[in-house]
Ligand binder design. Structure first.
Ligand code: PEP
Ligand code: MG
Length: 324
């Protein structure tokens, strides 16, 4: 089984009717890159940078961060590496930051909200990323964006850091793509407006499902509401993809759903461009996608979008995938 899969390692990820998608992997530390390469991923769709801040009493300085980003970019050669800026808060505590206890941490001061409220902390990370950009194919992504203003403010800070570095004669790439995670319903709903200002979207279904169904992703008592196949979620995803494509922007997905074999046929049908998952799932997903026909999956997706519930959608997926 594993040997058969390994034969697909250097292959493109192409459907039966010739549509190519990108299969990428999620990583949490630079050491994870070995697994990414061993499993034939075509890039890194989500580099979570929280490891730099957690489990220590001091904040990481610019040079330490630069080295971490550089090592990942160099190992990945010219393959894309999407680095997500700090996503701390919520369940992720940072001892070096004096973070107040909150009643609703997942609805609170976290991720880009916290970064924008701690500009020096944010600048340190952005400068490290910009310096590392010359070592590979870096893309920068902001988490938990709810409004266009948040994106504009984060992007403006990035541009400011770039100009500052350039004035100091530090090499920085000029054409770095800057995108957002779509993990808050407001961003998914307003995707047509966001698509005019961002370079790409990556859908974070772990949080997007949590916020769409108002169901804590860690609470087992409400886990029945955690339904990747639910048409309410699929309509949000559909809106994001259509809005992005109308502006010639690409859309990835880096939540668990991207590597879920039950969801992959639907996502192909909805037109997702990039799938980012744990490295161990990449080859299986490649094999699955090579056996799908996009036109069939488009019909599946259209019917799914017009279904009343996840049960109906899951039955449809079964019917479609058993036919092949
Ligand atoms: C997500 O929310 O889907 C995501 C990828 O981010 P995290 O799991 O780190 O919150
Ligand atoms: Mg998230």
């Amino acid at each position: 089984e594993r040997e058969n899969l390994l034969e697909l390692k250097g292959d493109e990820t192409k459907t039966q009717d010739g549509v190519t998608v990108e299969l990428a992997a999620n990583i949490g530390t630079p050491d994870d890159v070995d697994g990414v390469l061993a499993n034939g991923a075509e890039g890194i769709g989500l580099f979570r940078t929280e490891f730099l801040y957690m489990g220590r009493d001091t904040l990481p300085e610019e040079d330490e961060q630069y080295e971490a980003y550089k090592s990942v970019l160099e190992k990945m050669d010219d393959q894309p590496v999407v680095v997500r800026t700090i996503d701390i808060g919520g369940d992720k505590e940072v001892p070096a930051l004096d973070m107040p206890k909150e009643l609703n941490p997942f609805l609170g001061y976290r991720a880009v909200r916290l970064a924008l409220g701690n500009k020096e902390l944010f600048r340190t990370q952005l400068r490290a990323l910009l310096r590392a950009s010359v070592h590979g194919n870096l893309k920068i992504m902001f988490p938990m964006i709810a409004t266009i203003q948040e994106f504009e403010e984060a992007k403006a800070l990035l541009v400011e850091c770039r100009d500052e570095l350039k004035a100091d004669k530090v090499d920085v790439k000029d054409d770095i793509e800057v995108g957002i995670m779509v993990e808050i319903p407001s961003a998914a709903i307003l995707a047509d407006e966001f698509a005019k200002v961002v370079d790409f979207f990556s859908i974070g279904t772990n949080d997007l499902i949590q916020y769409t169904f108002a169901a804590d992703r860690m609470n087992e008592n409400v886990s029945y509401l955690y339904q990747p196949g639910h048409p309410a979620l699929l309509r949000l995803i559909d809106n994001v993809i259509k809005s992005a494509h109308a502006e010639d922007k690409w859309v990835g997905m880096c939540g668990e759903m991207a590597g879920d074999p039950e969801a992959v046929p639907l996502l192909i049908g909805l037109g997702l461009d990039e799938f980012s998952m744990s490295a161990g799932s990449v080859l299986k997903a490649r094999r699955q996608i090579k056996n799908l026909k996009k036109t069939d999956m488009q019909h599946l997706a259209e019917t799914a979008l017009r279904s009343p519930d996840a049960e109906t959608v899951n039955a449809l997926i079964k019917e479609y995938t058993e036919r092949i």
